[in-house]
Design a binder for this molecule. Structure first.
Ligand code: AMP
Ligand code: MG
Length: 327
């Protein structure tokens, strides 16, 4: 899942991923149909490993969310240090890909990416924003956090605030929580009757299909933290004065309702993981792994857009000559 394009770091990342390097090139010609056997680029191999990790993370029918091992590292068998290095390398690529997206948006392109982050309290949503989105130009990111609806938001349909927060063309939108809270906390805390939240899954699917059709690649991530790790993180928030602001007494209430949240998340995965807006379940007890995994998902989404640099809308050599004439 390490860096997927650009060759300068290909070899290194091979080693860092902890996978057997060295054998890769020789086995390339046989392990992937349709590729030529001459001079396989290390980047192709990294792309293949990234894609394998992405497939492992994808929520498949039959996945039981309560059974997910939150300490697992699907698609990556390196150490924490390896993972942190791999993330930095991916960051170089992400930055380039994000700039292409931004440039295309500035020149009439209609593509954008939307990363939806969900997870129980302490799952690490904020850390993803800081450590993964922090790798790209903030100009290109449209971040929106969804909390308890304001009085104004409450006067509207639950998707109203979501529509207004969708990323404009050229941007990577990030939702820290999302419309899924309207089938999660709204269900668990009985904020609306069952027939109301039950009708929302299909509505959300239709909504997301329209968003995707308008040019937005949707990537939905469920960060999955274990009860023990959540306990440790909440404990730390209470122990350290600089973390008190992150603690909310309601976090303990939500923690006590974990079985209800697990059931609600299970339905979300079963009912709203679609081809145009798939869910990925990312084990999140190891923060470094979760960050690496999300960076791989984002990398895949951005590279699949296959964006080049916008062509100049002026005569480059004529402009060069004009500029020279000003010296
Ligand atoms: P945090 O993400 O920790 O800042 O907390 C935001 C809080 O807002 C969480 O407790 C969410 O459950 C809550 N929240 C988000 N969206 C909704 C919603 N649609 N209805 C009710 N509560 C919500
Ligand atoms: Mg919170």
């Amino acid at each position: 899942m390490a860096k997927a394009s650009g060759t300068k770091s290909g070899k290194k990342s091979d080693k860092k991923s902890g996978k057997k390097s060295g054998k890769k090139s020789s086995s390339r010609s046989s392990d992937k149909a349709g590729t030529t056997s001459d001079a396989p680029a290390p980047a192709d191999d990294l792309t293949a490993r990234r894609d394998a990790a992405v497939e492992l993370l994808r929520a498949r029918p039959g996945l039981r969310v309560a059974d997910v091992d939150a300490r697992a590292k699907p698609g990556f068998d390196g150490s924490r240090t390896d993972g942190e290095r791999a993330l930095a390398k991916i960051g170089e690529d992400l930055s380039d890909l994000q700039e292409r997206l931004y440039a295309n948006g500035r020149t009439g392109g209609d593509r954008s990416v939307l990363l939806v982050l969900q997870g129980l309290d302490t799952a690490g949503k904020g850390g993803i924003v800081r450590h993964v989105l922090g790798l790209v130009d903030p100009q290109g990111v449209a971040l929106r956090s969804f909390g308890v609806p304001t009085p104004e938001e409450r006067r509207h349909h639950y998707l109203w605030r979501v529509r207004r927060a969708l990323p404009p063309a050229g941007r990577i939108g990030v939702f820290d929580r999302s419309h899924y809270e309207d089938v999660l906390v709204a269900r668990v805390d009985e904020l609306v009757p069952p027939d109301v939240w039950r009708a929302r899954y299909d509505e959300i699917n239709r909504f997301e299909a329209r968003v995707a059709a308008a040019g937005t690649t949707i990537v939905k991530v469920l960060l999955w933290v274990s009860p023990d790790e959540q306990y440790a993180r909440l404990h730390e928030r209470l122990d350290r004065p600089e973390k008190h602001w992150k603690y909310d007494p309601s976090d303990v209430d939500a923690r006590l309702r974990r079985p209800a949240y697990e059931a609600a998340y299970q339905d979300v995965l079963d009912r709203t993981s679609t081809d145009v807006a798939p869910w990925y379940v990312v084990p999140a007890d190891r923060k470094w792994y979760a960050r690496l995994a999300v960076s791989a998902l984002l990398h895949r989404a951005l590279s699949d857009l296959d964006l080049g640099w916008p062509a100049a809308t002026y005569d480059v050599s004529a402009e060069r000559a004009r500029l020279e004439a000003t010296r």
